[in-house]
Design a protein around this ligand. Structure first.
Ligand code: LHQ
Length: 258
């Protein structure tokens, strides 16, 4: 059984973490497989949006703690530099929207991989746990970068130090995630979002992502300059021409992602 299930349908890449008996915790093989499919999502022009979720009851429980003790245990340095850091960089720089569909508990690196995605939605029974402090580690996988920016330094610090579980409903309330859906509607509603994204002007969304990434460090002047550059590029896409024509002709636009 591959530890990542990968399927492309109607311009959407569905990536499913697939170690359900371990709550989709990462071993080395799953981390490398995920990197490979993220690369494919970036380069395959037929893919225009990405949907990341987990098989079974959990989204992802972070590192497989069992893997850390055996003879072939990967070194700590190797785990970050070869497993989690490349995953986070790939999610943030992939030139299409990535949606995390959090179908159950997301803990440790699993929580921070979800939060690195462009849009995070969760089922109402899901939860988020910065589990690291409970085993004497520090939050990684970009968590110390992203979480304070999403919910503020005070709440991020408390959640990271106390390692408390945050329900999906609370996560939505504090701005950690975009939306929570009732369990019964979660799959349909989350897939509606990714299908909508896949039919939108893909390059425009990629430039939006680039601008938002840069906004984490830029000052206003630098950001205005970047918007200028990226807007120029967006205005030279086929989808921009189609969007304006469709509006003026009072018809639905047919975007092709070019
Ligand atoms: C697991 C795991 C798991 C293996 C559930 N591993 N089996 C970076 C730097 C270097 C090294 C270390 O890692 C990192 C990044 C990190 O991610 S560090 C943080 C690692 N993750 C955790 O500490 C979370 C550990 N898991 C939990 O706290 C709980 O399992 C959660 C809160 C996720 C779920 O709790 P429950 O709903 O009560 O489920 P459970 O505990 O009964 O787990 C279900 C099964 O999944 C169980 O297996 P079993 O055979 O007994 O049914 C667990 O052993 C297995 N599992 N997490 N990380």
């Amino acid at each position: 059984m591959p530890s990542i299930h990968f399927e492309i349908k109607d311009a959407v890449a569905y990536i499913t973490l697939n170690r359900p008996e371990k709550f989709n915790a990462f071993n080395r093989s799953m981390a490398l497989e995920l990197q490979a499919v993220l690369d494919e999502c970036n380069t395959d022009k037929n893919i225009r949006a990405v949907y990341l979720s987990g098989n079974g009851r959990a989204f992802c429980a972070g590192q497989d703690l069992g893997e850390l003790i055996g003879e072939n245990a990967p070194g700590f340095e190797q785990i970050l530099s070869e497993h989690y850091n490349p995953i986070i960089t790939k999610i943030r720089t992939i030139n299409k929207p990535v949606i995390a569909a959090v179908n159950g508990v997301a803990a440790g690196a699993g929580a921070n991989i979800a939060l690195a995605c462009d849009i995070v939605v969760a089922t109402s029974s899901a939860s988020f746990i910065q589990a690291f402090s409970k085993i004497g580690l520090i939050p990684d996988s970009g968590g110390t970068f992203v979480l304070p920016r999403l919910i503020g330094l005070q709440k991020a610090t408390a959640l990271m130090m106390l390692g408390e579980k945050v329900t999906a409903t609370e996560a939505e309330k504090i701005g950690m995630i975009y939306k929570v859906f009732d369990d019964a509607e979660f799959e349909i509603e989350s897939k509606k979002i990714v299908c909508t994204l896949a039919a939108m002007p893909t390059l425009g969304l990629a430039y939006t992502k680039q601008a938002l990434n840069a906004s984490m460090q830029n000052n206003l002047e630098q950001q205005l300059q970047l918007e200028d550059t990226l807007q120029y590029k967006a205005a030279h896409t086929k989808d921009y021409a189609e969007g304006v024509a469709a509006f003026l002709e009072k018809r639905t636009a047919n975007f092709i992602g070019e």
